[in-house]
Design a protein around this ligand. Sequence first.
Ligand SMILES: Cc1cc2nc3c(=O)[nH]c(=O)nc-3n(C[C@H](O)[C@H](O)[C@H](O)COP(=O)(O)O)c2cc1C
Length: 256
Amino acid sequence: MLRFIKNLIALVSAKPVKAGKAAQQNETIDLILNRRSCRSFNSEEISREDQQVILEAGRFAPSTVNLQTWSFITFTKTQWHDVFSRPIPFRASFAVVICADTYRLKDVLPGFNGTPFVNLSFAIFNAGLAAMNMTIAAEALGINSVMLSETGKTGLLDFTYVKEKLNLPDGVLPVTTLVLGKSGSKLPVIPPRHPLSCLVMEKSYNKSAATDLKDWFHQMFIGFKLTHPLSNLNKQIEMYKKKMISVESDLKKYFF
Ligand SMILES: Cc1cc2nc3c(=O)[nH]c(=O)nc-3n(C[C@H](O)[C@H](O)[C@H](O)COP(=O)(O)O)c2cc1C
C-alpha cells in the first residue's frame, strides 16, 4: 500500500527538471520538455504552409553520411480515407507515414548492398530523427501530434498490409505514422520516465542501474488504470506482443 501511494504521488507530481537559469527561460527547452503525445484532436485543419514547414523540418534532419534514408508519405483526411477506408487515427487532420528507405540508394550506391542489417539500422535511426524534427517543428507551430506503430491496421505492426496499401517497394519500412492536428482536450499527464540514475552511466555500463525499473513499471501500471479504468496494462502488452510476433516474421522475409 505504501509503495502504491509513493508511486501514485511520483506519477502525478512528476515534472521535467530544468537545471540552471538559462534552461529555465529557454523556449526551445520548454518546447522539448513540455511536448506530450496527443490522442484527441479537434476538427481544425493544418494549413498547407504549416504542412510544408513540418515536412521541411524532416528534410533537414541529420542522417548518417547525409544519406537521407527516409521517405515521407503524406495524407489529408480525405486521402487517408481513400486508402484505408477509415479516419486518420484519433481523428487527426494530417498524417505522415515516415519510412526508413533503403530502396532509394540501392542503384546509386551499390557498394552498400552487402550490409542490409547495417543499412536498415541506419535508415531506422535516420527516419526517427526526421520524425522527431517534424514533431518539434509542429509543436513550435502550435500543432500537436503522436507517433504511432499500432494504429488499427495502418502502422508498422501491420507491415505487410501497409506495404501493399502504400505500394512500398522491398527495402522500405514504415517506421512510424505521425498524426497531427490541434488538441481537442487537455493533454494527459507525463508518462513516467526512468530516472536519470537508471539511464546515465559514467565510464562503463552499470547493469544494476539499467534494470532497476520496478517503480517505473508500477507507475506505468497505475497510470494506465487511471486513464483506462476498464482495461489494464497487461492486456495491452499482450495485444502488442501478439502483433509484434506476427510482424517479426514479415520483417525477416522482406529485409534479411
Ligand atoms: C515509434 C513510436 C511508436 C509509438 N506508437 C504508439 C502507438 O501505437 N499508440 C500510442 O498511443 N502511442 C504510441 N507512441 C507514443 C508513446 O506511447 C509516447 O511517446 C510515450 O508514452 C511517452 O509519452 P509522451 O510522448 O507524451 O512523452 C509511440 C511513440 C513512438 C516514438
